[in-house]
Design a binder for this molecule. Sequence first.
Ligand SMILES: Nc1ncnc2c1ncn2[C@@H]1O[C@H](COP(=O)(O)OP(=O)(O)OP(=O)(O)O)[C@@H](O)[C@H]1O
Length: 274
Amino acid sequence: MLSQAEIEGFGDAQPVPSQTVIEARDLNLVFGSGETAVQALKDVNLTINKGDFVSFIGPSGCGKTTFLRCIAALEQPTGGSLTVNGMSPEEARKARAYGYVFQHAGLYPWRTIAKNIKLPLEIMGYSKAEQESRVEEVLKLVELEGFGGKFPWQLSGGMQQRASIARALGFDADILLMDEPFGALDEIVRDHLNEQLLQLWARTDKTIGFVTHSIPEAVYLSTKIVVMSPRPGRIHEIIDSPLPKERPLDIRDSAEFIEVSHRVREGLRAGHAE
Ligand SMILES: Nc1ncnc2c1ncn2[C@@H]1O[C@H](COP(=O)(O)OP(=O)(O)OP(=O)(O)O)[C@@H](O)[C@H]1O
């Protein structure tokens, strides 16, 4: 039986504190040196919490990809600090903290979809039975059940991108880093994949970092929109979205959606003018 103190305690439950997943403090990255040096990131400060869907938007060359690559330990910052799940990016990579989805699906054409998904699992030493069950599970998540035996060239562009998302989900990392994954697809396919990605995010509670050039895509998907500006690459503004987590496609016609889109557009304009 519960004590009186326990019963009374139910009334004043404390909010669960947000768990920081990615933290950048005064992050800088300069490529090269001397006259040809390029400051790809300047004084970037950003906190991403568990379950956030964060989009990075800004003109070409503002450092979106570079920032994602720093998180994935594919680039080495030249100043400041960056932690991923409380670890250095290198440690997080070794701990398989994230899956990475590139702009182009990047599937091996000589391997079937199932064998593409299995590749990282083989490298990580998953047993054959675990590999099979993970492949089944992630193909279901991206709605590609029954396509495991096909080769990439037998799938449409949108299906290939879904397969590459399945590969990134294969080892069940909490963080998904996506660099313009739908940039090369037509609007209708992109809408559909955006919807599916949101559903997947809601079901799995992953933390997602997503690079895009599209304002509607950024606003539709994100809980936080990071507007960046170039030369040097930096954060111009961080917009926390007021939209609910549940987002049917027609939310894009709502006054709130239009208002956030307007703020992003204004941010991009102001960043350009600086
Ligand atoms: N390996 C590299 N060596 C030198 N300069 C680089 C390197 N990688 C990126 N840069 C430069 O750093 C800057 C930021 O590049 P980055 O690719 O991060 O931009 P982006 O915002 O992702 O651009 P896009 O939207 O075109 O993909 C650019 O000026 C780019 O030319």
